[in-house]
Design a protein around this ligand. Structure first.
Ligand SMILES: [Zn+2]
Ligand SMILES: [Zn+2]
Ligand SMILES: [Zn+2]
Length: 444
């Protein structure tokens, strides 16, 4: 800290840190950018990191994971919000007429793999968790009842009433198969819409485009479920008259019920057929109704920055040789991870890559995805922001203004590390007003 504060280029270092927007683990790059005159080959301008503090340029890590870098995750969240919102209300290249297209907010859940502790509320009143009058006693001697009115931060929430009865195999296999189940759902939805419109599937795209924006959310019990915005568009503008919100609701309900994914019998376990849970929530999104575009965009963006760590698992890959005792996990996430490692070692299940994704409790899909037609992409937003920053550098005289047609720009970049020294970390937190991470926790 003392060396950094006393160094002659401290101000320039601090300016770099400012520009990373409080990133907790900036990427260090070494390199140069040369501007040549296309006709004469003359070097017009060179930017090199050699004159930067420590000879590197520090750039934000751009992670979406709030547990890794709160500042960059916040940028990602805000971007996701605007992308989802643009697909609902127009803007950023999406025509405003989308507001009139049938659009639903759909939640697809996982089935039950055993009774878990839950916080139940009704009319603002907290109800007992799992009250059963003639509660059964399970083969392990536990009474299958819980009359606790759990508080929202009760660590038992999402944990099974009896861990020995709980179907850990089913839970992690469902997570592993959920991307396939989603794909089958989307395919079935298109097929059923074609049928309702009296079309064959291959002709559907000439009449109707089905656009999705979806996000995976971990429930407390450690299983993913999906929230999706599903919108119908026509080939150019509005969808055909038969493609109403009711038609779409009908098709969603049908697709959610019929699709399944099979895990063949392996070793000691029988074949299993996985389907979506019976709790299917379908709600129309309207500009002024119960469920507004703002609410939906905010909801999806919030979950886009989370992963499995919110169920108490680890934020990084697990090596099968790791001693799980060292991580201080609660029993439930630990059993889920152990089950991933057990099944991951079976050759017949190798395709599910459960060992590599044990820290995600088996889920290896993307957290936040949008179909091609939904709206602008994250890349579009980032490019616009970079262009804005570049224009700013030019107008303030920090970058020369060259005519792009006559100048050849050649860049050379190399990765030179990431993150901060302990001393730099504390100064950076003070400069950007961000929180110094918990050292003990991060070192783990
Ligand atoms: Zn960052
Ligand atoms: Zn309970
Ligand atoms: Zn039991």
């Amino acid at each position: 800290m003392i060396a950094r504060l006393n160094s002659p280029d401290y101000d320039r270092w601090a300016a770099q840190i400012h520009r990373t927007g409080g990133c907790r683990q900036p990427i260090h790059l070494r390199g140069k950018v040369d501007h040549y005159d296309r006709d004469t080959g003359q070097l017009l301008y060179r930017y090199t990191t050699r004159t930067e503090p420590d000879g590197v340029l520090r750039l934000p890590c751009k992670t979406r994971r709030a547990s890794r870098c709160p500042a960059c995750a916040e940028t990602y969240r805000a971007d996701t919000y605007h992308l989802i919102r643009a697909g609902l209300t127009g803007g950023k290249g999406v025509p405003e007429t989308v507001t009139t297209h049938p659009t639903l907010f759909v939640t697809l859940t996982a089935p039950s793999f055993g009774a878990v502790h839950a916080r139940r509320e009704q009319g603002g009143k907290v109800l007992p968790c799992h009250a059963r009058r003639d509660a059964e006693t399970c083969p392990h001697g536990r009474i299958m009842s819980c009359t606790t009115k759990h508080s929202p931060d009760d660590p038992r929430l999402g944990e099974p009433l009896c861990p020995h009865c709980y179907d850990y195999t089913g839970s992690v296999l469902f997570n592993a198969l959920s991307p396939l189940l989603w794909k089958r759902f989307a395919d079935s939805l298109r097929r059923h819409l074609a049928k309702l419109g009296g079309l064959v599937l291959k002709d559907l795209r000439h009449h109707l485009t089905v656009s999705f924006a979806k996000v995976a959310e971990y429930q407390r019990r450690g299983i993913v479920h999906f929230h999706a915005v599903i919108r119908l568009d026509g080939p150019t503008a509005s969808p055909p008259a038969w493609a109403t919100a009711d038609t779409l609701t009908d098709a969603v309900r049908h697709a959610a019920q019929v699709v399944s994914a099979l895990v063949p019998a392996v070793d000691d376990q029988p074949a299993r057929l996985f389907k979506w849970g019976t709790q299917l929530d379908i709600r129309p999104i309207t500009l002024a109704g119960d469920l507004t575009d703002q609410a939906v965009a905010g909801y999806i963006a919030k979950y886009a920055t989370k992963a499995a760590e919110c169920v108490g698992t680890l934020d990084r890959r697990i090596n099968p040789l790791d001693n799980l005792d060292a991580y201080n996990l609660r029993d439930h996430p630990r059993r889920l991870i152990t089950e991933c490692l057990r099944l991951g070692a079976m050759e017949d299940l190798a395709d599910l890559r459960l060992t590599q994704w044990a820290h995600m409790l088996g889920f290896r899909g993307h957290f936040s995805t949008r179909s091609r037609h939904y709206g602008p992409t994250l890349g579009d937003l980032r490019a616009a922001r970079e262009q804005h920053a570049r224009d700013d550098e030019i107008t303030t005289g920090r970058l020369p203004l060259f005519d792009e047609d006559t100048v050849l720009v050649i860049s050379e970049w190399a990765y030179a590390g990431k993150g901060y020294s302990l001393g730099d970390q504390i100064i950076a937190a003070a400069i950007t007003g961000s929180r110094v991470p918990d050292m003990a926790g991060d070192a783990r």
